[in-house]
Ligand binder design. Structure first.
Ligand code: NAD
Ligand code: UD2
Length: 326
């Protein structure tokens, strides 16, 4: 019989990719309230069960754990927008913090059989403390409700290993990008917005311009979603990752202007730019040292150029399909 895996937030951008991969080997249960996730992010598959539920409600979480015994739990459900956390700290906290505790309490009861509880944390825990690259041992100084809840959650996750023998790991993702990332909000990941603009330029739209906040010299560590999935599965399956926190990133860092130039080269078109003031609280440089996760076998398999090419290809195919349908 197949082992059963829970993915909270499985209908989201990263969750959907993780679920796709896990279905190759497991029976997968997704728990999601579809607040930002979409059913269309999930494949139709006989080994997949979707449960509509809210991780901030203890009863919803308990119900899922009454129905199944899980070998692995990947806890990704969260309000993933930093801006949303600033607008609504309490609402965010209920999902991002209380949700984690409900999941841990329910998992604790299955600690004897559960092989790993993996938590999706964020580079936001490092805040704007300037030392680079960010190592797991670097100073942590979150500056937003989102970052504060991620830090508290990962501390809870590791403490449940020590207190209750639940096997856990936490992963700090840097800037994730790839197909199905939603570009619609002004706070969407920059590469989803950039990809959307590039698609319009390629389609001949002459009015489109990409808004660059600041002078484009800000540096990021953009990691392709498939590498995040590889890293998460590695943390789940590795014995050495137990009770530890790991960066997952790309091993590359680029200024936004470099990224734009790379994209222009891939599609062979120039992207018109519109400059605006840097966003308040924007971190100028953020990139990771990933030696720790490399010691347990992680390798970033997609260079930025490869990742952007795949992402662009995927979007072109989607656009062609929708023209075909309409
Ligand atoms: P996403 O918004 O696409 O996915 C989050 C999912 O959680 C959605 O499907 C949403 O419907 C679900 N969800 C939200 N609140 C819920 C609740 N109360 N109960 C049940 N489900 C709920 O975002 P994503 O980019 O796929 O992020 C996945 C995880 O990775 C999040 O924990 C996020 O904080 C973390 N992360 C993402 C990035 C990034 O660059 N995308 C960076 C660092 C960390
Ligand atoms: C990312 C994460 C955030 C948190 C943080 C940790 C996303 C969406 N956000 O924030 O959740 O983990 O890292 O530090 O992954 N920009 C433009 N034009 C645009 C949009 C953005 O110039 O249209 C700039 C933006 O001002 C910033 C950079 O691009 O300098 C990256 O922005 P982002 O929102 O993709 O991600 P970031 O690093 O602010």
């Amino acid at each position: 019989m197949l082992e059963t895996v829970l993915v909270t937030g499985g209908a989201g951008f990263i969750g959907g990719h993780l679920v796709e991969r896990l279905l190759e080997k497991y029976h997968v249960v997704v728990m999601d309230n579809l607040s930002t996730g979409k059913i269309s992010n999930l494949p139709q598959h006989p080994q997949l069960d979707f449960l509509f539920g809210d991780v901030s409600k203890e009863k919803d979480v308990a119900r899922v754990f009454e129905l199944y015994t899980f070998t692995y739990v990947y806890h990704l459900a969260a309000i993933a927008s930093v801006a949303a956390s600033i607008e609504n700290p309490l609402g965010t906290h209920q999902t991002n913090m209380d949700g984690t505790i409900h999941l841990l309490n329910a998992s604790k009861k299955q600690a004897n059989t559960m092989r790993k509880f993996v938590f999706a944390s964020s580079a936001a825990v490092y805040g704007s403390e300037p030392t680079l690259p960010k190592r797991e041992t670097s100073a942590i100084a979150p500056i937003t409700p989102y970052g504060i809840d991620k830090l508290a959650s990962e501390s809870y996750v590791i403490s449940y290993s020590h207190l209750f023998g639940l096997k856990t790991s936490a992963a700090r993702f840097f800037n994730v990008y790839g197909p199905r990332q939603n570009p619609e909000s002004p706070y969407s990941g920059v590469l989803s917005i950039l990809t959307n603009c590039i698609q319009k330029v390629v389609a001949g739209d002459e009015k489109v311009a990409f808004t660059l906040y600041g002078d484009g010299s800000q540096v990021r560590d953009f990691v392709y979603v498939d590498d995040i999935v590889n890293g998460l599965i590695l943390l789940a399956e590795s014995a050495e990752s137990q009770s530890e926190v790991f960066n997952i990133a790309s091993d590359e860092n680029h200024t936004l202007l470099e990224v734009i130039a790379m994209y222009e080269e891939i599609v062979g078109k120039k992207l018109p730019l519109k400059y605006k003031n840097a966003r308040a609280g924007d971190i100028h440089q953020s990139y990771a040292d990933i030696s720790k996760i490399k010691t347990i076998g992680y390798k970033a398999t997609n260079t930025l150029k490869m990742g952007l090419s795949k992402y662009n290809q995927h979007e072109m195919e989607q656009a062609q399909q929708s023209i075909g349908i309409s």
